[in-house]
Design a protein around this ligand. Structure first.
Ligand SMILES: CSC[C@@H](O)[C@@H](O)C(=O)COP(=O)(O)O
Length: 348
């Protein structure tokens, strides 16, 4: 399988695959400041919840690596400021805040170190966040692959594949791992309006990996299900509330309703870092609204009248009652989700 790494630490800089350019161009951008990382997260150069978390962790290191502070208190004040700044780049994916908190916790644990050594420890922590995320994605794939059988049709929405994280991704990981074991499914990839992560990224990476993929417009999912071509849905997540309600790319809720209507199991695949036990239910998940130009001038051509009112939420929330199971690196959890999530997170 072709493996395009979307987040790398290379020669003292954060290096990101520019996901806005795929599938026609593969270009990496080199970022050396927290401001550059903030903009890359905001403008979707790097995207997908876990990758946003990794980029933020490296971004925080970039923000403090030249700090002239000599005491921990001074350094900590600067670090908190940079962390709050990066945390404000996008509101929905909880992995962003999760990764920043993990960096802060590391700084507190190692506060006795001289500042120069503490900086090195923080860079190591960012690398560890990336490594543990990639391992979690592989484990998600192992659990999820058990749900798949040769010849099944699987529908997915947005990009929660290797381009959203490491080699395997979250929602696509079961498909890749199953293929490694000789179990081949047929994937239907929703193109995912407005910015087409499904078309540009999911269809691209599955095709590169030699997986049978068929691209459909979002509004074709019902027909494809009615035709009997879909045996299961697997999507990623940007934030999962304590009761299992799940925020994912806009359109996911509609897919879940369709799956329910057609009696098709609907799975969410996500690492534990995407579960936010501080958010009681979906109504408390902040939903990012993005610029109207994503809809009116999507790809360089104006497709709507000047001045038309536009509503552009980037995510929606699927209530837990439409979710068959959540595939995590610790196994598949099922209803009652509040209880399953509580048990899972308290055993961590
Ligand atoms: C792996 S993140 C979950 C995805 O399914 C999806 O919602 C996503 O990639 C997030 O969207 P994006 O706005 O591209 O960052």
């Amino acid at each position: 399988m072709t493996y395009l790494q979307s987040v790398k630490w290379e020669e003292d800089a954060l290096v990101l695959l520019d996901q806005r350019l795929l599938p026609t161009k593969q270009e990496y951008v080199r970022l050396e400041t927290a401001e550059a990382a903030w903009h890359a997260i905001k403008d979707l150069t790097v995207r997908g919840a876990p990758a946003i978390g990794m980029a933020a962790a490296y971004g925080l290191y970039l923000g403090i690596r030249h700090s002239a502070q000599e005491t921990f208190d001074g350094f900590w004040a600067e670090m908190r400021e940079q962390s709050d700044y990066l945390n404000a780049s996008r509101p929905t994916a909880v992995n962003l805040g999760w990764a920043l908190r993990r960096m802060e916790q590391k700084a507190q644990e190692e506060k006795h170190l001289p500042i120069s050594e503490l900086k090195a420890v923080l860079l190591d922590e960012a690398k560890r966040i990336q490594d543990s995320d990639e391992a979690a994605c592989r484990a998600i794939g192992e659990y999820g692959a058990e749900l798949l059988q040769d010849g099944m049709g699987i529908l997915t929405h947005c990009n929660a594949g290797g381009l959203a994280t490491g080699r395997y991704g979250t929602a696509l990981s079961p498909i890749y791992i199953a293929a490694e074991k000789g179990v081949h499914v047929k994937v239907y990839a929703d193109e995912t309006r407005p910015v087409l992560q499904g078309a540009r990224l999911t269809a691209y990476e599955l095709q590169e990996a030699g997986i049978d993929v068929t691209l459909i417009c979002d509004n074709m999912a019902a027909m494809v299900m009615k035709n009997g071509w879909v045996d299961g849905v697997i999507v990623g997540a940007d934030r999962i509330a304590a009761n299992g309600d799940t925020a994912n790319k806009i359109g996911t809720y509609g897919v879940a309703l369709l799956a329910k209507a057609h009696n098709i199991p609907f799975y969410v695949a996500a690492p534990l870092s995407t579960i936010d036990i501080m958010t009681p239910d979906g109504s408390a998940i902040p939903i990012e609204e993005r610029d109207e130009s994503e809809i009116t001038i999507g790809f360089g051509t104006r497709t709507a009248p000047e001045g038309v009112k536009v509503y552009n939420p980037a995510f929606d929330v699927t209530p837990h009652e439409y979710i068959t199971g959540i595939i995590t690196e610790k196994g598949i959890i099922r209803a009652p989700f509040a209880e399953s999530i509580h048990n899972l997170m308290n055993n961590e």
